[in-house]
Design a protein around this ligand. Structure first.
Ligand code: ATP
Ligand code: MG
Length: 393
């Protein structure tokens, strides 16, 4: 019954002179998302609106599913587009629409008409009132309620006449690619995929880096991270994932540094390496799944010591989230089930029983000096042997 969608977007609408840039990004992101759906689509903008029009048979559910992953979209309205063939023809279509779109015609409703084209022979109020009457005549159980109607029928008189009554919520945010690039430190846990989702939601294109420690971590742990990136890619588009072998660095830290400082020192080297890959891709920041106080390495003191090695800004979109709030998002975006698979993480293998919660930078630097003879070569080796894969949605 529907051949098109009207795409509603929120914040882009207030972008003033740059608005067209955001709209163009939304159009291209929408078109990309629909490439995964059976059917041919044309995505275009017209007078401050974005339309998706099917050019062939298509799977409605699949199309809605794809659109509901495109950041920037606030609402997805299945819309009927029709030529203006006079008011009677319009009224007939509206009556037929209400017959088809709803199982039973026994609800309260109102009609809202907008005229983008002022040369239409009736004004908006007249169109709404006349359509209301026709509907009441056709379906005696309908009732008008102008304050809290169950159904609002929108009629927009544009080049074509638009008729819609349903709005499926979109994910909101800004279209990916409208706000630069960042490098996500992606582990197999619950938090970092959510952090990647949150930052991409604001229009940031993400790449990712994962540190593993074979043979202490398994192929399955690595596959889990690839799977998580694949889920994220449904929202962000293809992700370049750098898989870095961290074993030698981790073993050196384990041998030469106090065990209560292992995690924090390890995290600092991860950040340094992540910055290297960020630099290769002109990323403007790092992204982690840290949240204040969640574990010893995420106290304010630990975060400060971790941050100290970074020259790029580090974005921590979950910083004020409770664990349950993070879990709620991960359930919503579909990463939770994969995140909780029980494969070992490189950090959990070498953890200390009693990690420092208030690390002191001087003391950390002193411990790190024990690595001086080997660490540069090991970092170089880690960069050179990294495997980069393009993860498609
Ligand atoms: P997550 O659920 O994201 O793994 P976490 O609660 O387990 O987070 P930590 O293990 O302390 O927290 O890690 C903090 C952050 O450091 C992670 O959110 C992630 O951004 C990054 N990180 C940790 N381990 C790795 C790894 N092996 N590869 C890439 N990034 C990592
Ligand atoms: Mg983790």
């Amino acid at each position: 019954m529907y051949q098109a969608f009207l795409i509603k977007y929120g914040e882009i609408g207030v972008k003033g002179k740059n608005r067209h840039i955001f709209e163009d990004t939304l159009v291209s992101q929408t078109a990309n998302a629909l490439k995964l759906v059976d059917g041919e689509f044309c995505v275009r903008k017209e007078n401050g609106r974005v339309y998706v029009e099917a050019q062939s048979e298509f799977d409605f559910e699949e199309a809605v599913e794809a659109l509901s992953h495109v950041f920037g979209i606030v609402g997805i309205c299945p819309v009927v587009l029709m030529e203006d063939e006079g008011f009677d023809a319009l009224a007939e279509r509206v009556v037929a629409y209400v017959g088809e779109a709803f199982k039973e015609q026994d609800f309260t409703f109102k009609v809202i008409t907008r005229r983008a084209r002022k040369n239409y022979p009736m004004d908006s109020m007249e169109v709404s009132a006349a359509l209301g009457e026709r509907l009441l005549a056709a379906y005696p159980k309908l009732k008008v309620d102008v304050h809290t109607p169950k159904v609002t029928l929108h009629i927009e008189i544009r080049n074509k006449i638009n008729l819609y009554s349903k709005t499926i919520p979109g994910p909101g945010g800004m279209p990916v690619g409208s706000a630069g690039r960042a490098m996500l430190l992606l582990s197999g846990g619950i938090d970092s995929p959510v952090a990647g989702y949150m930052i991409a939601k604001r229009g940031v294109k993400i790449d990712a880096v994962y540190f593993h420690a074979p043979p202490y971590t398994s192929e399955r742990a690595k596959q889990k991270v690839i799977d998580l990136a694949k889920i994220l890619a449904k929202y962000t588009g293809p992700i370049r994932l750098h898989i870095v072998n961290f074993t030698d660095i981790q073993l050196s830290i384990y041998e030469k540094c106090p065990h209560d400082q292992l995690t924090i020192i390890m995290r600092r080297y991860m950040m340094k390496l992540a910055e290297h890959f960020a630099g290769e891709e002109e990323s403007m920041g790092l992204v982690t799944g840290e949240s204040i106080g969640q574990v010893a390495s995420q106290t304010m003191q630990s975060l400060a010591v971790t941050n100290e090695v970074c020259t790029l800004p580090v974005y921590r979109p979950l910083i004020g989230f409770d664990k349950q709030e993070i879990i709620d998002v991960s359930l919503k975006i579909g990463t939770y089930e994969t995140s909780i698979l029980p494969f070992e993480d490189c950090c959990t293998i070498f953890v200390a029983k009693h990690p420092v919660t208030k690390p002191n930078l001087k003391s950390i630097l002193k411990s790190e000096s024990h690595l001086a003879s080997t660490i540069s070569a090991q970092m170089k080796q880690a960069v050179e042997t990294a495997e980069t894969i393009r993860v498609e949605p």
